[in-house]
Structures are given as structure tokens and as C-alpha cells.
Design a protein around this ligand. Structure first.
Ligand SMILES: Nc1ncnc2c1ncn2[C@@H]1O[C@H](COP(=O)(O)OP(=O)(O)OP(=O)(O)O)[C@@H](O)[C@H]1O
Ligand SMILES: [Mg+2]
Length: 316
């Protein structure tokens, strides 16, 4: 790993040029900080970059391991199959997996004066992830003072996420998908950066525990004023390898009941399909390709997103 760091303190690939925005360590003194100016210009840059994006689509849950990243990767591919230009941000800085799922591993990020050029996966999805900045198998380490880690690490993470959206040369995009890590606090942190995402997909599985977390997340998003939200019920049944009826996987509540009790529409039900999962983890998410129930579910979900706020079909 290179010793170079981004302004957020995250490692950058060798050969990449350090950016000129100052990081946490440089802004600690009141006289030299220019903190207000710095934040102002960062916010302006983020706004300018998102002006070229048709819709920011957030994929969140609150709960871990329910398939947020798999849904993000397959939805991205399904949208590209419909002719959309799609970028994806892996907002899971500490436990990234979206880069791998989009087949981005091994890509080099080019640092240009106008920003970092994102990696392009085999399906045409553009993406950025800390997975592209650290060596395979190495844990992510944030640089900074050992004391008060809990304070500066949160700031550093927020800055990195902001950079992932504003300092990356996305070009014109129809959709920028954001894969939010587990934890309802992470949803709140994202809303601090982008207060009005166009669409939010809340991913859950038919388990009591996951569903109660998702209801909490729905309330949090509603209180924050997010207008367009839908529930994605993942692992809604087991798709047997040879085909046939879906088998039940969980004994928890029906996903449609979960959506209804949260006052939300159910946008998709995606079965647990082992072959689909394997391809996704190998960096070749099928999206809507093929005639499996999972592929059909992603085709329908992509259509729903296209018709939603900011979507291409809502503008026709
Ligand atoms: N419908 C599905 N069919 C088969 N496998 C799936 C399905 N959904 C998710 N998986 C697999 O389950 C695993 C966990 O999914 P994923 O990493 O997307 O969850 P996550 O919610 O993003 O987790 P985290 O909270 O850690 O970010 C992955 O290996 C993924 O490919
Ligand atoms: Mg994930």
C-alpha cells in the first residue's frame, strides 16, 4: 500500500497525486483552519457534481447482511441493461464489498486535475469503493492521532464519503446508486451530505428482527423529510436450483405486511437464489439477465426506479 493519503486520510494508489484540499490534521488550529470556507467549497462541489446526475438512489436498511450490496450491484446492472448511465458509490468504507460485486477489483483509479476517474465494471457500471484503494485482504486503517479516535474517525469517514461523490468525475449519469452500510446512524450521516435523495430503497428480509430495524429506518427517513421510499424484500423465499416453487426461508412476517405497517410500498420481492448470489459475489451480477425469478424481480425493480422521482421514465 502506498504511503500517500487522500485529504481524508484514506490511502490512494501509488502514482496518484495528492489533492490540495487539507485534511483533519491540517485544520486543527483556529487561525489556519479556514474550516468554514473549506466546508463551503466542498458543499458547492458536491452540488455541482450531483447536478449532472438524474437521480440519487439510496440503498439502505439499517440491518446488516440483508443484501443491500447485492441489490445495489444487480439493480445497477439491470438499469444499464435498460440503457441507463449508472454510477455506484460504496458508502460502506470499512466493510466494502460493492467494488468486488461490480467486478471493479484490479481497476486503477486515475487522478486527474478535475477529480478521480471512477472504475468501470464489465457491465458498464462506474464505481468507487475503498476496496479499490487498499490491497486485497488488508484491513482499512485510518490515519490520524491515536487520541480521540472516535471523534476524528467519524469526521474523516464523512469527508471520504463526500469525496466519493463530489471528487469523482462521474460525468453525466442517469442514476447514482449509494450502498449504505448497516446501522441506522449511517443513514443519518448520509442525509447530512445529501438531504434529499430522489429515491430510497429499504432492503429487508422476512425476519422479525430485520423488519423491526427497517421500520425504525423508515421512521427516521420520514422524519428527515425523504419523500420517496420503497421496501425491497430480499430472500423472500428459496429458489431451488432446478426451478419450481419458491420454498419458505424464514418464519417471520410477510414482507408485504412489513411494508404496509411501515406505510411504504413494496417495490420488489427477490428470492434467495444461490446461483445468483455466487455470480454476484464473483463480480458478475446478472441483474435482469436470464429467466430466473431473481432476474425478473430485478427487471421489475429497475422499471420501478426508472418511473420514480428523477428516473428517466418520470421525465418523459
Ligand atoms: N437474493 C439473494 N440470493 C442469493 N444470495 C444473496 C441474495 N441476496 C444477497 N445474497 C448474498 O448474501 C451475502 C450478503 O449480501 P450483501 O453483502 O449484499 O449484504 P449487505 O446487506 O450488503 O451486508 P452488509 O450489511 O455487511 O453490508 C452476499 O454473499 C450476497 O451475494
Ligand atoms: Mg453491504
Amino acid at each position: 500500500m502506498s504511503d500517500t493519503t487522500t485529504d481524508a486520510g484514506a490511502p490512494m494508489q501509488e502514482g496518484a497525486k495528492a489533492r490540495e484540499v487539507r485534511g483533519y490534521a491540517d485544520v486543527s488550529g483556529p487561525t489556519e483552519s479556514k474550516m468554514v470556507e473549506q466546508i463551503g467549497s466542498q458543499v458547492a462541489r458536491l452540488k455541482a457534481r450531483l447536478a449532472d446526475v438524474g437521480a440519487v438512489v439510496v440503498i439502505a436498511s439499517g440491518k446488516g447482511g440483508v443484501g443491500k450490496s447485492a441489490v445495489t450491484a444487480n439493480l445497477a446492472v439491470a438499469l444499464v441493461a435498460r440503457g441507463a448511465r449508472v454510477g455506484a458509490v460504496d458508502a460502506d468504507l470499512n466493510g466494502p464489498s460493492l467494488g468486488r460485486m461490480l467486478g471493479l477489483l484490479g481497476s486503477r483509479l486515475e487522478d486527474r486535475p478535475d477529480g478521480i476517474v471512477p472504475a468501470r465494471g464489465p457491465s458498464g457500471v462506474l464505481g468507487i469503493s475503498t476496496e479499490l484503494l487498499i490491497e486485497e485482504g488488508a484491513p482499512l486503517k485510518w490515519k490520524g492521532p491515536d487520541s480521540d479516535k472516535f471523534v476524528w474517525q467519524g469526521v474523516t469517514e464523512a469527508v471520504t464519503l463526500r469525496e466519493f461523490m463530489s471528487d469523482v468525475v462521474w460525468g453525466e449519469l442517469d442514476y447514482l446508486l449509494i450502498d449504505i452500510p448497516p446501522g441506522t446512524d449511517k443513514i443519518g450521516r448520509f442525509l447530512d451530505l445529501v438531504s434529499e435523495p430522489d429515491q430510497v430503497l429499504l432492503v429487508t428480509i422476512p425476519s422479525e428482527v430485520a423488519s423491526s430495524v427497517v421500520s425504525r429506518s423508515a421512521t427516521q427517513l420520514k422524519e428527515a423529510g425523504v419523500a420517496c421510499m420503497g421496501v425491497v424484500g430480499n430472500m423472500s423465499g428459496y429458489a431451488q436450483p432446478g426451478g419450481g416453487d419458491l420454498l419458505p426461508l424464514f418464519t417471520g412476517p410477510d414482507i408485504s405486511d412489513v411494508a404496509e405497517s411501515a406505510g411504504l410500498e413494496l417495490w420488489a420481492e427477490i428470492p434467495f437464489d444461490p446461483a445468483f448470489g455466487t455470480l454476484t459475489d464473483q463480480g458478475a451480477p446478472p441483474g435482469s439477465d436470464g429467466d430466473s425469478a431473481a432476474a425478473r424481480a430485478f427487471a421489475a425493480l429497475a422499471e420501478r426506479v426508472e418511473q420514480g422521482p428523477g428516473g428517466r421514465e418520470s421525465q418523459r
